[in-house]
Design a protein around this ligand. Structure first.
Ligand SMILES: [Zn+2]
Length: 394
């Protein structure tokens, strides 16, 4: 009997475990991402509204493609966050806002001859020949997939030595990217913005839709304080699970019934680069409250009323009880709702600005596009279902 009981117990823990993974992988909940994309449509000016409304189902559904892509390609994970606090006390002062600058600032660079290190370099971002290093990045590093570590001989090494005016020996160049692993969200977002602007410029209807939908995803992530920290799931402060609590559980419980998504009209952002960084700064400024309020609450709220069991997709999952979620939401003074509202307005503004930047093409002639699930999309969905994620869960 005792044997049977413990067996059942283990079985049950296993099902909870499995349940956890399923829920945790739904970042901003899939629910939150879809909601943000959907509501952002209604912030748009007349010239854009019709087109986006006609395609609102596509815009909604594909809000979560970037998260699915994390099961398909390795490079995707780091686009969803930036662990800005990894980079010191005043990271917004320290970390360069241009990607290549950040790359060369933190990259580990060595020139070797056989096994001898001839020369090591630190912080090449301030080097007088930086413009040539940018070109070097473009020519030899960008889009070569060597998992953050490159080893060059001959041509590239000579080129590198020429740029830095190095005459010592050494025929092998080693470069290690020690920056991207801590997240590149704002850089990716900015690059993606220009891809969308270009899609408008070229009147590439399919890309306008695809990039608009995916843009919503990254904008959504940028509004979540826990997407700006190394302690992204409370694992460093004994608050494991806080990520999904904040961005999935709370919106799922309250957004439909009690959040107000009338956020006003989209606004043209003249300087998209600094705007994106200001969103990240705002998110990060809220991080302390996100963590400290939950910490305090977890100590005062009756312990046996913090977690409940829920049935989802025929699985039993352990989630925060509605009462506990409500208490947390109230203590934060409506922060989750406010960040969601900000994300909605922000996304509308980014779409609108990209459209202006792309020459304000006439969208009224485009109409509803039948986007058939491409092979690529099918593969994406399959890999997502298989469920082997690259990088972290969040
Ligand atoms: Zn994401």
């Amino acid at each position: 009997m005792r044997y049977l009981l413990s067996y059942l117990l283990i079985l049950c823990f296993a099902c909870i475990e499995m349940g956890f993974t399923k829920v945790d992988e739904e970042v901003w909940g899939f629910y939150g991402h879809r909601k943000i994309n959907r509501m952002a449509v209604f912030t748009l000016p007349q010239e854009m509204l019709g087109f986006y409304k006609k395609n609102i189902e596509f815009i909604t559904e594909h809000a979560v493609d970037p998260d699915k892509r994390r099961y398909a390609i390795k490079e995707e994970a780091v686009r969803h966050y930036i662990d800005i606090d990894h980079w010191g006390e005043e990271p917004f002062e320290t970390v360069p806002r241009q990607f290549e600058k950040a790359f060369w600032k933190y990259a580990k660079v060595h020139i070797l001859e056989g096994t001898d290190t001839i020369q090591a370099f630190t912080d090449l971002s301030e080097h007088a020949a930086f413009a040539s290093l940018e070109q070097f990045y473009e020519d030899y590093i960008f889009e070569t997939k060597q998992e953050g570590k490159w080893r060059f001989d001959d041509k590239a090494t000579n080129e590198f030595k020429r740029i830095l005016d190095i005459r010592s020996r050494g025929s092998e160049l080693h470069i290690e990217d020690t920056f991207s692993g801590y997240g590149i969200l704002p850089y990716h977002l900015h690059g993606f913005y220009w891809r969308l602007a270009n899609a408008f410029k070229n009147k590439n209807q399919k890309n306008i839709l695809r990039f608009s939908a995916e843009m919503g995803h990254y904008i959504g992530d940028a509004h979540v304080p826990l997407h700006t920290t190394e302690n992204y799931n409370g694992q460093l402060s004994d608050q494991l699970g806080i990520h999904a609590f904040w961005e999935s559980r709370i919106p799922e419980l309250y957004a439909d019934d009690s959040y107000n998504f009338f956020v006003g009209k989209a606004e043209y952002k003249k300087n998209m680069h600094s705007y994106i960084w200001s969103v990240i700064e705002d998110s990060h400024a809220l991080l302390d409250s996100v963590l400290s309020i939950e910490k305090r609450l977890s100590r005062t709220f009756p312990e046996n009323q913090q977690f409940c069991f829920d049935e989802r997709l025929e699985r039993t999952v352990r989630v925060q009880c509605p009462e506990y979620a409500e208490a947390y939401q109230n203590e934060m003074d409506g922060m989750v709702e406010q960040r969601m509202r900000d994300a909605v307005k922000s996304l509308g503004s980014v779409w609108y600005s990209a459209w202006v930047e792309g020459g304000s093409p006439d969208l009224s002639v485009i109409g509803k596009i039948e986007v058939v699930d491409s092979e690529e999309q099918k593969k994406l969905d399959e890999q997502f279902k298989e469920g082997n994620i690259y990088g972290r869960e969040h």
